[in-house]
Design a protein around this ligand. Structure first.
Ligand SMILES: Nc1ncnc2c1ncn2[C@@H]1O[C@H](COP(=O)(O)OP(=O)(O)OP(=O)(O)O)[C@@H](O)[C@H]1O
Ligand SMILES: [Mg+2]
Length: 392
């Protein structure tokens, strides 16, 4: 990932020195001699990071700093103040500056460090944005009338309020992920990150750096430091999906990170402290895996401060009509349809089926039926033939 730096200073020499140095560090550098020029550059996206002098021909740097604070993607601003002007520096930091440097800049290393930290901030923001985009779909939830399910939801609410670790188990498609998101949305961390990782989808050798991040080979080029999901989820929630796929060695490292609330990035020495609520899910029986020495018992107990076991759909068939109504409503706008309901005969067929794929299978069945449906009501003819035949 490469970043652009905008240097705003009316002294051409000062600008040149900084820009030569930053270019040698592989930054793309833009220059501005006035606030007006700086605004122009920022408008066209030239300035992930801004080095900003205070005294400019058309005003003070602080004015631009304040303007930038209003923007959603505000670039980190490093203010360049006069020597000894501590008050101004403090003031700038209060107004959202990332850092300040004092003139004259004799030690270029100071600039390098400050810019490197700014890079980290931007990268972290980008990564967070990336995950937010992926998880935008809001949580809507069918509660239903099944006693076991109601109990699960009540427990989930308690765990959510207490911000403790939760282990969610259940067959495939029973709604483990949707329950995890529900816990997030209903707890004190709702406005914080919900970061999900599917342990089965990531190569075991990459899992550690995915979770904990890694340091660059040398420390000169901060641009290649990668933040792990554990760090991105700081203050929020980390959802470890398919936790049973996590290699034993990694389980040990995870346990340690949870217990110490800290970890080291791959290749790094510094302890990174985090406050993360862990939710884990599995559709395999972890107790069985413990017996086979494929899952650590200590980690198991650490994860299941609260454990929530989702019932399969076949045990809550009375909820099927509510699910059907929910999915029809949810899918109509997406499919550009106006289906209203399902005929009682068709509903009976759904209630007789055993649903090995649980709620996911039901949702897929409804989606398909809606596409086949000519009228306003889904009928038997719209249901998959094998499902109807099996029950005939
Ligand atoms: N209570 C619910 N209300 C509405 N939709 C639900 C509910 N539970 C599950 N679903 C839907 O069913 C599908 C499967 O849910 P989810 O992905 O949470 O299951 P899962 O248990 O994580 O499955 P897997 O083990 O295969 O990962 C999703 O489309 C989800 O929207
Ligand atoms: Mg899942």
């Amino acid at each position: 990932m490469s970043f652009t730096v905008l240097i705003v200073d009316d002294e051409e020499n000062a600008r040149k020195n900084l820009s030569v140095f930053l270019r040698s560090k592989n930054f793309e550098v833009f220059e501005a001699g006035t606030l007006a020029e700086a605004r122009q550059q920022l408008k066209i996206g030239n300035g992930d990071i801004v080095l900003l002098d205070v005294q400019l021909p058309d005003g003070y740097g602080q004015t631009l700093l304040k303007e930038l604070q209003q923007q959603p993607n505000r670039p980190p601003v490093i203010l360049i103040t006069g020597f000894g002007d501590i008050e101004m520096a403090v003031d700038a930091m209060r107004n959202g500056a990332h850092d300040f440097l004092t003139k004259p800049i004799n030690d270029i290393k100071v600039v390098e460090n400050s810019v490197a930290r700014a890079c980290e901030i931007i990268q972290m923001r980008r990564e967070i944005e990336h995950y937010r985009q992926k998880q935008l779909d809001s949580v809507d939830f069918v509660l239903g009338s099944n006693e076991k399910m109601k109990n699960v939801v009540a427990q989930a609410l308690k765990a959510s309020r207490a911000m403790v670790s939760v282990l969610i188990t259940g067959e495939t498609g029973t709604g483990k992920e949707i329950l995890a998101r529900f816990i997030h949305k209903s707890g004190p961390r709702a406005a914080k990150q919900f970061v999900a990782i599917n342990c089965a989808a990531i190569q075991p050798t990459l899992l550690e750096s995915e979770l904990f991040g890694h340091e660059p080979e040398g420390f000169t080029d901060a641009k290649t430091r990668k933040h792990g999901l554990m760090e991105i989820a700081d203050d929020g929630i980390l959802f470890l999906d398919e936790i049973s796929s996590m290699p034993l060695e990694m389980q040990a490292k995870l346990l340690r990170a949870i217990e110490e609330k800290a970890f080291r990035r791959v290749g790094g020495n510094d302890l990174v402290k985090v406050d993360v609520q862990i939710l884990a899910a599995s559709n395999r029986n972890l107790k069985e895996l413990i017996k086979e020495n494929a899952f650590r018992e200590d980690l198991y107990y650490r994860l299941k401060v609260v454990d929530l076991d989702l019932p399969p759909l076949r045990e809550r068939k009375n909820d099927i009509p509510e699910f059907v109504g929910f999915f029809i409503k949810e899918l109509n706008p997406r499919l550009g349809l106006n289906v209203i309901d399902m005929t009682p005969v068709a509903m009976e067929i759904l209630k007789k089926y055993s649903w090995p794929g649980n709620i996911r299978e039901l949702r897929n069945t409804i989606e398909r039926a809606m596409l086949f449906c000519d009228g306003e009501k889904i009928d038997v003819a719209d249901l998959p033939l094998d499902l109807v035949e099996k029950l005939a």
